[in-house]
Design a protein around this ligand. Structure first.
Ligand SMILES: NC(=O)C1=CN([C@@H]2O[C@H](COP(=O)(O)OP(=O)(O)OC[C@H]3O[C@@H](n4cnc5c(N)ncnc54)[C@H](O)[C@@H]3O)[C@@H](O)[C@H]2O)C=CC1
Ligand SMILES: O=C1[C@H](O)[C@H](O)[C@@H](O)[C@H](O)[C@H]1O
Length: 338
């Protein structure tokens, strides 16, 4: 049976998902779109012959909509629609982060637990990247012995003026906060955030950039993560896992390598929709398939809370000048055990 999906939020990520659902995902129809911006609603409702709304709640209430995608920003705009979808008993894909605070993630977990069935998947799409899947297999199988250290970078070419210091963790590093404990198959013990060089060419009053994060896991794996969101180089995501008898690293996919006039060059992706196109495609196809099977298999609301609890500790460390902070989790509800 074809799944009829409505998408709330038609900006940079939402418009990419509109195209993905309409043109590259099997077993699904885009039947409705919503945004506060009427021009975007008119554009995409007309282009994809979908019903247009400016009120996301009305989209969720529509009997024509089987499942919902929440792709709004700022991130605080997610829970109103996630909670309404749960109330309506409809599956809902919520872009990361689930919400930018632990308390708001907990509110969603409480609502889902009361409903009695998992309905929420969170958009941690790095888990669907081929490189990360191969890395996780190698770690799970201990192909190179015990993992010891992870070196990672999360670099953006630039971010908008509204992007501020806390977002470097809650909006950006939240990807690695989810990814790396999933990759290693264990929880974090503690974290530290510190702010290097205070005055740089692109420093803004509301944004300290770059930021340096360190995480340590329960077994003692040490992680260092550079978050550099105005690097004016490109969208450069790196991850190297150092094991007892070898390393395994993420490779940036390139179609061509150029050599000319005594130099060679590779392309650096401009932004996330280019760099992780396959991961997004795999993620959304898996979400549609799991909804049709009436059993979600992707990142849950609980994964959303783990990531935000990690980010909270890292934000507290940053605000306290780089003091190591424990990363503690509440008891995991049984709903999220399978
Ligand atoms: N998984 C990933 O790699 C990525 C995830 N994201 C996430 O996707 C979400 C959207 O990000 P962007 O597309 O970059 O933001 P954006 O600012 O480009 O678009 C957000 C859209 O949501 C709409 N909106 C906001 N509040 C609304 C409401 N109450 N009702 C209806 N529409 C509303 C805005 O009018 C805007 O058109 C964010 O949560 C962000 O964290 C963004 C980029 C990449
Ligand atoms: O989710 C995302 C993107 O995937 C980028 O990796 C981040 O740098 C960006 O800040 C965030 O919105």
């Amino acid at each position: 049976m074809t799944l009829n999906v409505g998408i709330i939020g038609l900006g940079a990520m939402g418009s990419d998902h509109v195209k993905r659902i309409s043109e590259r995902t099997g077993g699904v129809n885009l039947v409705a779109v919503a945004d506060l911006n009427k021009a975007l609603v008119e554009k995409y409702s007309k282009k994809y012959d979908a019903k247009g709304y400016t009120d996301g709640a009305a989209l969720i209430d529509s009997p024509d909509v089987d499942a919902v995608m929440v792709v709004t920003s700022p991130d605080e705009e997610h829970s109103q629609f996630v909670l309404k979808a749960i109330e309506a008993g409809k599956y809902v894909f919520c872009e990361k982060p689930l919400m930018p605070t632990v308390a708001a993630c907990q509110e969603i977990i409480d609502a889902e637990t009361k409903h009695g069935k998992r309905l929420v998947q969170v958009g941690f799409m790095r888990r669907y990247g081929k490189g990360y899947i191969e890395m996780k297999k190698a770690i799970d199988e201990r192909q190179f012995g015990e993992p010891l250290i992870i070196h990672a970078t999360h670099r953006n070419y630039e971010v908008p003026e509204t992007y501020d210091t806390p977002m470097a963790i809650s909006n950006t590093a939240v990807h690695e906060a989810d990814l790396l404990h999933w990759l290693l198959g264990e929880d974090y013990e503690s974290g530290v955030t510190f702010l290097p060089k205070k005055q740089t060419k692109y420093t803004r009053s509301n944004l300290h950039d770059p930021q340096i994060i360190m995480l340590d896991t329960k077994s003692g794996v040490h992680i260092d993560l550079e978050v550099f969101v105005n690097n004016h180089m490109g969208y450069d995501i790196n991850c190297e896992v150092v094991c007892e008898e070898g390393t395994i690293s993420l490779k940036t996919p390139t179609d061509v390598a150029i050599k000319t006039k005594f130099h060679r060059e590779d392309h650096i992706p401009e932004e996330f929709t280019e760099r992780f196109k396959d991961a997004y495609d795999n993620e959304i196809q898996q979400w549609v398939d799991s909804v049709q099977n009436d059993k979600l298999t992707g990142p849950s609301s609980w994964d959303g809370l783990i990531a935000m609890a990690t980010c909270d500790a890292l934000g507290k460390s940053r605000d306290e000048g780089g003091i190591r902070e424990p990363i503690a989790l509440p008891e995991k509800p049984a709903l999220y055990n399978d």
